[in-house]
Design a binder for this molecule. Structure first.
Ligand SMILES: [Zn+2]
Length: 343
């Protein structure tokens, strides 16, 4: 990345109301058949334009073609029965009805590769594509086949690697794995979480990122955050191992969170996507608030490794709020660029 402090979103953006019911996770599509295919493409075009207009440097698809960041990927795999549903506790936090793994899982066809090619031909800006991480995938399923979280995670890592290689070939510059589960299952992160993530990026030449957050601004997450106390030290568990790993970029939550900034020191040397936009509130940050967060982060990350970003995805927010937040992110980053240039 040549530009200093290149901005990006963590991933998802709100969908237009003609495509899916707004301000809702797992929102069902409002179109079908050919209309849905065209609608998703149009939504991708809009997501691109809105990011460009806001001055975002690294473009994402805004996850316009998926209903949910984990389940849509799993829907494309064989071995998972979506009719057979079980209720499980996701990230030890909330119950959800999820599909069942009934036989060996496999990727019989590409999942997002056509979408990535479509976005690639629309822009010359660097593009970033998010995939769920292996540990977060197994946590969103009921496993009646492998009966081992670790075994299933390794299978998913292989599958993710196949998809990632094709996304890279389609021209994706940064492939990001979303691992909010890294903030919950610390023993597993150390035992096999990082190892399976490294299996997912094996052989990739493009940049790779891991996004670890405290989740969307939904009630189950905000309630959980209230139980975490005044200092959120969850990153302390995964960062030392990530610092040693082959992952290029770590994406984390900083704005309005109780994460002590100095934990960033634990991943010194990595590129850091610093969340400077809170996705759990409709209040749009001022550019100065964004700049203030970035300034604090700069004590622990070198400027050339700092990527200003959002705390998490913005899918559940009203569209005008998400737009406002992207503009604030760009303007806040510009304040710091000028400060650094003046030094
Ligand atoms: Zn997130």
């Amino acid at each position: 990345m040549k530009k200093l402090l290149p901005t990006c979103t963590a991933g998802s953006l709100p969908k237009p109301s003609w495509l899916a019911e707004p301000e809702k996770l797992w929102s069902p599509w409002r179109l079908e058949g050919e209309g849905l295919v065209e609608g998703k493409e149009d939504a991708l075009r809009l997501a691109l334009k809105e990011q460009e207009h806001a001055g975002i440097d690294i473009i994402s698809d805004g996850e316009q073609t998926r209903q949910h960041f984990v389940t849509t990927f799993i829907e494309h795999l064989s071995g998972v029965d979506f009719e057979k549903r079980e209720t499980v506790r996701i990230r030890d936090r909330y119950d959800a009805s999820v599909p069942t793994v009934v036989s060996a899982v496999a990727r019989t066809k590409p999942v997002f590769v056509e979408d990535a090619k479509f976005l690639r031909q629309l822009t010359k800006q660097p593009i970033k594509w998010a995939l769920p991480g292996p540990m977060t995938m197994i946590d969103t399923l009921y496993d009646n086949h492998y009966k081992s979280r670790e075994k299933l995670a390794w299978e998913f890592a292989k599958i993710l690697n196949q998809e990632a290689k094709e996304l890279e070939a389609a021209g994706v510059d940064i492939i990001q794995f979303d691992e909010p589960a890294f903030n919950v299952f610390f023993d597993e992160v150390n035992d096999w979480g990082i190892a399976t993530l490294e299996r997912a990026i094996e052989g990739l030449k493009c940049e790779t990122a891991v996004h670890i957050c405290y989740g969307y601004g939904i009630k189950a997450n905000t309630d959980w955050k209230k139980t975490l106390g005044s200092e959120w030290r969850q990153y302390e568990e995964s960062f030392p191992k990530l610092q040693q790993s082959k992952i290029d970029i770590v994406s984390l939550e900083c704005q309005n969170s109780h994460v002590p900034m100095d934990l960033i020191e634990l991943i010194r040397g990595k590129k850091v996507m610093v969340g400077a936009i809170d996705v759990a509130t409709n209040n749009v940050e001022t550019p100065e608030e964004v700049a203030s967060t970035l300034r604090k982060a700069l004590q622990f990350v070198d400027a050339e490794n700092l990527y200003p970003a959002t705390n998490c995805g913005m899918a559940p927010l009203p569209r005008h709020v998400a737009r406002g937040k992207m503009h604030a992110l760009s303007a806040g980053a510009e304040i710091i660029r000028k400060e650094l240039a003046g030094k």
